[in-house]
Write a protein of this length. Structure first.
Length: 221
């Protein structure tokens, strides 16, 4: 599942007339950078959620095999959005991916799959701070023994994960953040994380577009 429902307020005027996933980096909308990764990995089902200027996301994927799930009248947050998409996704576990980053390195979905074991409930893909581009502040997660994850500062959550669907479907709320789920798993020692070996650029504000494009140029050299 690709998350594309947010308002993108940090992007300022760039999202005044379009949703953030359609902001271009290196001549291609952010969501198409994510779709390149997804298509390379070739999952059975692809779902994109939409809310802010949803009609543009719908039009972008018209005529494709991508299911666009419009959240209306209210935005459902990450957990609620995934819960609403589960009937379309089918099976467990599922991948989720934010659409406001670009990558330089191996396919992040493949990195997750190679680290996943059947006893896991959720596996977060994290980037060591020195490998991030355009990210300010501290990290989110420390990765300990056996890949156990706790909230910390050593790595940054990349916006990509694998998660078992029953954890989400059993939530009573309609609108909730996936962090609520992760908090419960972390408290039980059941939250896992793996470090990404490449570089990752968080395209969270207009200035980070140039940083992302420079990272991609270096990757092509």
């Amino acid at each position: 599942m690709l998350f594309a429902a947010g308002f993108g307020t940090r992007m300022g005027d760039l999202t005044k007339n379009r949703p953030k996933p359609l902001v271009e980096v290196a001549g291609k909308p952010l969501i198409d950078h994510a779709m390149t990764i997804v298509r390379e990995f070739a999952p059975k089902q692809i779902v994109v959620n939409a809310h802010y200027k949803a009609e543009q996301i719908v039009a972008h994927f018209a005529g494709t095999d991508v299911h666009v799930l419009v959240e209306t009248p209210d935005i459902l947050d990450t957990g609620g959005g995934l819960k609403a998409a589960l009937p379309l996704l089918g099976g467990t576990p599922v991948f989720t991916m934010n659409t406001d980053a670009v990558w330089a390195g191996p396919n992040p979905l493949a990195v997750l799959k190679s680290a996943w074991t059947d006893d896991m409930q959720a596996l977060l893909l994290c980037v060591p701070k020195h490998q991030t581009v355009g990210h300010s502040g501290l990290g989110d997660i420390d990765i300990g023994a056996q890949g156990k994850a706790v909230w910390g500062t050593n790595t940054v959550y990349s916006g990509v994960q694998m998660i078992r669907t029953d954890i989400v479907s059993n939530m009573a709320e309609k609108v909730f953040s996936l962090k609520t789920v992760w908090d419960a798993l972390a408290a039980q020692g059941c939250l896992h994380a793996v470090a990404y070996p490449g570089r990752w650029c968080d395209v969270g504000h207009p200035q980070s577009i140039a940083l992302a494009e420079e990272m991609l140029r270096q990757e092509d050299v």
